[in-house]
Design a protein around this ligand. Structure first.
Ligand SMILES: NC(=O)c1ccc[n+]([C@@H]2O[C@H](COP(=O)([O-])OP(=O)(O)OC[C@H]3O[C@@H](n4cnc5c(N)ncnc54)[C@H](OP(=O)(O)O)[C@@H]3O)[C@@H](O)[C@H]2O)c1
Length: 324
């Protein structure tokens, strides 16, 4: 089969398209004929050796796919050959075939195309579980979402709105702010030209946000600490800015703030059944038209390196997908 192989840790230039043997099928495995694979910021971290999980080269990156089930192991009961599925394998998604565990494989509704499904599980799964289970977002609360036009950010905007929160989305540039507004943000802040703290205070009559969803880190996180309401929560999702914030404990103390770390990958590995409940809800919302995933660009498998370069240069909105 054809696959994108990372031959050495480094940047996207270490990816090459190669002919490799298909992966073996485990007893609880589902062999998927990949039709599309989602591209994540974390793929960049994995190939540069900066992710929590560090496979040795050569390896095939890519940990979300959609396609058709080709074959299942003897223990598998929830899907069968011919089913249309989305899945989150450990890695190996940038290929014509991948084997995912049954517990990480989900049948998709007929109305969902493969490109949409390929970009769905990581971003929506992260935002749903983080907002609902870890942070307990409630209707009527103000949710501040950073990087609100990006992969995970946009899903947090939609989920926040679906849960009845008032969403403020921040992004770099007016076009990206407009995307967040179209997807359910009540207010938008362009953090390239506007001050996050001032704007949030103004939009909340001085009160501040109840919950912050932050996949960006750096200066954006620092500003959030100063515009979260007393007793508020901050969800640490990622550091796309490249800067891991250092948190002054005195601000947490005087404002009674709670900072919540969130790693979806850890739940995927240790408690995958918990995430199935997220997907049940998310796919129901999708079918009801409450979620409108954006796939801003579809590239052929051979252009995986270009897709990662687009993410790095902040040119993408919503998700980027490789089509096989
Ligand atoms: N905790 C978890 O379980 C979990 C799960 C999934 C993803 N993540 C993390 O969340 C972050 C975002 O992932 P993603 O897949 O949504 O990526 P993405 O689609 O590239 O979105 C990241 C957003 O961050 C903003 N950004 C600010 N500074 C940036 C920079 N220097 N380079 C690139 N983007 C920058 C960009 O928006 P503007 O241009 O509008 O600023 C971009 O839209 C990553 O750190 C990823 O590892 C964490």
């Amino acid at each position: 089969m054809r696959a994108v192989v990372c031959t050495a840790l480094g940047d996207e230039s270490s990816l090459t398209l190669a002919e490799v043997p298909p992966p073996p099928l485990d007893t609880d495995g589902v062999r998927i004929g990949v039709r599309a694979a989602g591209v994540n910021f974390a793929d960049m971290l994995v190939i540069s050796g900066k992710y929590q999980f560090k496979p040795d080269p050569p390896f095939i990156p890519g940990f979300e796919v959609a396609g058709e089930v080709l074959e299942v192991g003897p223990e598998v009961t929830t899907c069968r050959p011919g089913d249309r599925v989305m899945a989150v394998p450990d890695f190996g998604g940038f290929a014509e075939q991948v084997v995912a565990r049954e517990v990480h494989t989900h049948v998709i509704p007929p109305s969902m195309d493969f490109a949409t499904a390929a970009g769905f599980p990581v971003a929506y799964g992260t935002s749903h579980h983080a907002l609902v289970v870890r942070a307990g977002l409630k209707a009527g609360e103000t949710l501040l979402v950073h990087g609100a036009a990006g992969g995970v950010g946009l899903t947090a905007v939609e989920i926040g709105q679906a849960l009845g929160a008032t969403v403020i989305g921040t992004a770099g540039g007016p076009d990206k702010v407009a995307v967040a507004l179209r997807h359910g943000a009540r207010h938008g802040i362009d953090y390239k030209s506007e001050d996050i703290r001032e704007q949030v205070k103004m939009l909340t009559d001085g009160r501040g946000a109840d919950l912050v969803y932050d996949p960006v880190g750096g200066a954006v996180f620092d500003a959030s600490l100063r515009c979260t309401t007393a007793g508020g929560r901050l969800l640490v999702i990622g550091f796309a800015s490249g800067t891991v914030p250092q948190i002054p404990a005195n601000i947490l103390l005087v404002k009674n703030l709670t900072v919540i770390g969130y790693d979806w990958g850890a739940y995927r590995r240790r408690e995958p059944s918990v995430l199935r409940e997220s997907y049940r809800q998310l796919l129901e919302w999708y079918e009801a038209g409450k979620l409108k995933p954006i796939v801003s660009q579809r590239l052929p498998l051979a252009e995986a390196a270009k897709a990662l370069a687009l993410l790095k240069s902040r040119k993408a909105t919503g998700k980027l997908v490789l089509e096989v």
